[in-house]
Design a protein. Structure first.
Length: 245
């Protein structure tokens, strides 16, 4: 009996020695981390790096600063109230990630896949979301001041009561988007597809809709006096001076 127990203990020790050890860090700065090592069977706590795989990881309150995570896989990750400051996430996969309450100030998410992501109350202050796909993302209470949304896909998106002050939405796809009560002061919608969009009661002070397509858009309650409205497809639009006989 004792010999069997001894063999079991030895066998268990061998198995433990074969388990890969990875770096665990709740707070990560740059591409280095300081913490302790534990037995870990997945990549959830590896240091941030290009194309790192954090898919399905639980990382609430994580902090990542100034890191290069280009092309990373963060799909289905849960990182509520996380801080991703000035992080390069260009081309990253954040599909269906839970990032509510998080901050992505000055981060680069150009070309990122954010479809279905939970971004409620998240802050994207001066982030780069150019070319990002955000269809189906939950943006309730999110803030996007100074964000670059150029060429982003926001078709059908509900952005009601969000903050996009000074944002650049040039060439973005906002077909059938809901932008009710949005603070979009000084926002740029040049050559933007806003067909069928609802912009009721939003603040467009200082904004520009040059060359944008507003066919079928609802502009009820908007005061667009002084706003660049050389758009097309809507009675509120007017011709460019060069188009005037």
């Amino acid at each position: 009996m004792k010999s069997k127990i001894k063999l079991f203990v030895i066998f268990g020790a061998i198995l433990i020695s074969l388990i890969p050890t990875t770096l665990v860090s709740a707070q990560v700065y740059g591409n280095t981390a300081t913490s302790h090592y534990v037995a870990q069977l997945n990549n959830c706590y590896t240091a941030p790096s290009p194309r790192v795989n954090w898919s399905n990881c639980q990382m609430d309150n994580a902090e990542v600063h100034f890191a290069n995570m280009i092309g990373a896989n963060l799909s289905y990750m849960v990182a509520q109230d996380g801080l991703f400051y000035d992080v390069n996430l260009s081309g990253a996969n954040l599909k269906n990630a839970v990032l509510s309450g998080g901050s992505f100030a000055y981060s680069d998410l150009s070309g990122a896949d954010l479809r279905g992501a939970d971004l409620r109350n998240a802050d994207f202050y001066h982030a780069n979301l150019s070319g990002a796909d955000m269809r189906g993302a939950n943006l309730v209470g999110a803030r996007f001041p100074g964000v670059d949304f150029s060429d982003a896909n926001l078709a059908g998106q509900n952005m009601s009561h969000t903050n996009i002050i000074g944002a650049d939405l040039s060439d973005a796809d906002l077909q059938n988007a809901i932008l009710v009560g949005v603070d979009m002061r000084n926002a740029i919608f040049d050559d933007t597809d806003l067909r069928g969009a609802n912009l009721e009661n939003s603040d467009v002070t200082g904004g520009s809709f040059a060359d944008s397509n507003l066919a079928g858009a609802d502009l009820g309650g908007l005061d667009y006096s002084g706003v660049e409205m050389t758009c097309r497809g809507n009675p509120a639009c007017h011709a460019k001076d060069s188009d005037t006989p």
